[in-house]
Write a protein that binds this ligand. Structure first.
Ligand SMILES: Cc1ncc(COP(=O)(O)O)c(C=O)c1O
Length: 295
């Protein structure tokens, strides 16, 4: 499939309060966000004309900015509205939505107190992060070389670009070795999350998921916990050691992009996508399309 570069497409991007032609939505090479990772972003999905948990995502964007010590020069309601308008302007009702806020070019040292804060919103069609074949069989993952850092090392609860450096390196290594993704441990050696999604395991009909104390407590993760509890499943949030994976029968990852995707392998451990993973995958797909009451 020919790659269509993301800077060479038709459409409109919302930039600092106005729509600009897609190809004109540019930044200068001396942009603080590019040099020092002073940027925060969101990933959202619109299903049938409605962005799932839009305000939760926008509020997380503002929280991430606050953690990075900058203030987004719009209100949450204005960004919510801009996300909807960007979808409409591009004629999309099913889309991936990417808001991003970053420090501009006024200063380019570590200190960046007087930089202007910019915000852009781009939307595009992105059907499934993993292919339908992969999702049906379950994706294969290896262990990542890098670990999720301690909250004393990085602002781990911000969805900030700098935290993705080790994700891209780990995902590339996984792909080069023939896997779809990599599972990351945390700084203590507990199972944490994949390079772009949270993880759940199944044992004896109960769900086990790592406590999000040093990585993103994903919005999808919270929705899936509520869905599972509404179906009567016990959900246990706890620290999970890698060797415990031998005792789990099913595994799946969840995230806005990944939705609910079964996993068939993590390193030396294998799983069989079963009823619980598949029924939650189905329920989540229905819930985001409002064919099922939210839990
Ligand atoms: C590293 C990481 N963890 C978890 C998630 C899941 O978060 P959410 O469900 O809010 O999309 C994402 C996706 O945004 C992610 O990039």
């Amino acid at each position: 499939m020919a790659l269509v570069p993301f800077d060479d497409r038709d459409g409109w991007i919302w930039l600092d309060g106005q729509f600009v032609a897609w190809r004109e939505a540019k930044v200068h090479v001396l942009t603080h966000g590019l040099h020092y990772a002073s940027a925060v972003f969101e990933g959202e999905r619109m299903y049938g004309g409605e962005i799932y948990k839009l305000t939760e995502h926008t509020e997380r964007l503002f929280k991430s900015a606050e953690i990075l010590d900058f203030e987004i020069p719009f209100t949450v309601a204005e960004i919510d509205q801009a996300c909807k308008e960007t979808c409409a302007r591009n004629g999309l009702t099913d889309a991936y939505v990417r808001p991003i806020a970053w420090r501009g070019s006024e200063m380019i040292g570590v200190s960046a107190q007087d930089t202007k804060i910019h915000v852009a919103i781009a939307v595009w069609e992105w059907p499934s992060y993993f292919s339908p074949e992969e999702r049906a069989k379950g994706i294969r993952m290896c262990w990542a070389k890098y670990k999720r850092p301690s909250p004393e090392t990085e602002p781990v609860h911000a969805k900030a670009t700098g935290l993705y450096m080790i994700c891209t390196i780990s995902k590339h290594a996984a792909e080069k070795a023939g896997y779809t993704d990599a599972m990351m441990l945390d700084y203590r050696g507990y199972v944490a999350e994949s390079t772009g999604s949270n993880v759940f395991f199944v044992k004896d009909g109960a769900l086990h998921t790592p406590t999000p104390d040093c990585f993103l407590n994903g919005i999808t993760r919270q929705s899936v916990i509520a869905l599972a509890q509404a179906k009567g499943f016990e959900v246990i949030e706890r620290h999970i050691k890698p060797e415990e994976l031998a005792d789990f029968t099913e595994c799946f990852v969840v995230g806005t992009a990944a939705e609910v995707t079964p996993v068939s392998q993590i390193g030396e451990y294998t799983f069989t996508p079963g009823n619980i993973s598949l029924s939650l995958m189905d329920d989540y797909a229905k819930m985001v399309r409002r064919q099922l009451q939210p839990a």
